[in-house]
Design a protein around this ligand. Structure first.
Ligand code: CA
Length: 227
């Protein structure tokens, strides 16, 4: 697996690069995003680690350019900018995850593993499963073991989205866009109401849904305690 790291801080590049290579990854480390745009043409990575504050092209600009041609390669932001606005902006513009600096190598490695795992999952399959739940997209059925769970169309769409991408943070606007097909801040409450219903219908499995206050939701591979 090839990881492209775009990080202008040399010490950080070295320590991350060293540890990832020790874990068996191939790593290309660059100190700016302009060179990265050229490098990805020659050698497309399996995952990108992206700093936001860079000399030249900024991380968020790189994200915009890259996502115009590639929607699938996972991108994890590593940044000292850690305000809620920064995090939401990066997620809405196509980052898969966001790791505020400083972070531990262990946490970074875990996030990389999770991101790579879900990107290699077959997303074109009509049967998806995770955390004990199976979803048949053709038959429109959801099974928790042998128990069938009855969901509305929107709840079904939300669940399918989450189970397909465990660990991925979805903002309320993204969910509105993907499930309801429009974007409107005013209606983000709609998402909360449907998520609450979905969580309730899933029973114990609802504990996989994690709420990130003011940001959105994600499906945890391991159940979380009720919030
Ligand atoms: Ca930087």
């Amino acid at each position: 697996m090839m990881i492209l790291m775009i990080e202008d801080e040399a010490a950080l590049r070295e320590v991350i690069g060293y540890n990832l290579m020790r874990e068996g990854y191939q790593v290309t480390a660059l100190d700016n995003a302009n060179d990265a745009l050229i490098a990805i043409e020659d050698c497309p990575p399996d995952l990108i680690l992206l700093d936001l504050m860079l000399p030249g092209l900024q991380g968020i600009q790189f994200l915009d350019i890259f996502r115009q041609k590639n929607q699938t390669t996972p991108i994890i932001i590593i940044s000292a900018r850690n305000s809620e606005d920064d995090i939401i902006r990066a997620l809405e513009r196509g980052a898969d995850d966001y790791l505020p600096k400083p972070f531990t190598i262990k946490l970074l490695e875990t996030k990389i593993k999770v991101a790579l795992r879900r990107s290699t999952d077959r997303i074109d399959s009509n049967l998806i499963s995770g955390a004990g739940i199976s979803i048949d997209l053709d038959a429109h059925r959801v099974l928790d073991g042998d128990r069938e769970i009855q969901l509305t169309q929107k709840e079904f769409d939300l669940l399918a989205l989450f189970v397909r991408k465990p660990g991925k943070v979805f903002t309320r606007n993204q969910l509105l866009n993907m499930v309801w097909g429009y974007e409107n801040e005013y209606n983000s409450r709609t998402v909360d109401v449907h998520m609450a219903m979905l969580r309730k219908k899933l029973g114990d499995r609802g504990r996989h849904i994690r709420t990130l206050p003011k940001i959105g939701y994600l499906w945890e591979p391991k159940p979380v305690d009720p919030q």
